[in-house]
Design a protein around this ligand. Structure first.
Ligand code: ATP
Length: 213
């Protein structure tokens, strides 16, 4: 029997942009998942700094960006938990909600590969889901072979099988925040409704809050 598949897409989404939604749409089709759930993090355990936009704004922007996409959902699960949120705990929550007949995919961009060694209980996480790695503009194609000694051949084969050659969209939230703070135009990087929301709420305006720290 073909298992039901769902994809989970975690991130700061500060703000969500066309790179996120483009690769999400490609990944869901590639996996054959019935839906993708965007899960904004309260604070990335690895980023070491707080998101610039507050939780409600980030959640609202995701809702606006995915409106009209019937297979896209957003979850506030991590925002409601004490920070920092660990991916393994989130995967276990969705696993218990959906049951063992559902395959869970957790999506990351290729820029996150080298950070995985710092993730909480990464070997358990690799076993607990299908960690699917998407291509990202400006990054080498994902390759897990160098981790074979640390994680074992079985896990590396699973990770390599779950690499998805998503389209390259050269957009990042950091770049968007920096452009907005300098008064530049980000229209081509954001959904229109998200761009309007940012303008209406005066988000990312000041330079000292635009960067990564
Ligand atoms: P920042 O610039 O603030 O680090 P970001 O643009 O990388 O933000 P995140 O919210 O941190 O956005 O990303 C969430 C997830 O989406 C990460 O796994 C990241 O690798 C992936 N991702 C973000 N942008 C892209 C993109 N353009 N192509 C592929 N993956 C992406």
């Amino acid at each position: 029997m073909v298992k039901r598949k769902i994809a989970l897409f975690g991130g700061t989404f500060d703000p969500i942009h066309l790179g996120h939604t483009t690769v999400a749409a490609d990944a869901i089709a590639h996996i054959g998942a019935e839906k993708i759930v965007f899960i904004p993090a309260k604070r990335s355990p690895l980023k070491g700094f707080l998101p610039k936009a507050n939780d409600d704004h980030r959640l609202n922007m995701i809702s606006l960006a995915i409106a009209g996409e019937k297979n896209f959902e957003v979850s506030d699960y991590e925002l409601k938990r004490p920070a920092p949120s660990y991916t393994l705990a989130t995967i276990r929550k969705f696993r218990s909600d959906y049951g063992s007949e559902t395959s869970i995919y957790w999506l990351i961009g290729a820029d996150g590969v080298d950070d995985l060694v710092y993730w909480y209980k990464i070997d358990e996480l690799i076993d607990a889901c299908n960690l699917a790695t998407m291509y990202r503009a400006g990054c080498e194609p994902p390759d897990y072979s160098k981790f074979e000694k640390a994680w074992g051949r079985g896990r590396i084969e699973k990770l390599q099988r779950n690499i998805i050659q998503t389209p390259l969209v050269d957009i990042s939230s950091t770049e968007i925040r920096n452009i907005i703070a300098s008064g530049g135009d980000t229209a081509k990087m954001l959904q229109q409704a998200v761009a309007d929301y940012i303008r209406k709420n005066g988000l990312y305006q000041s330079k000292d809050t635009a960067g990564g720290g």
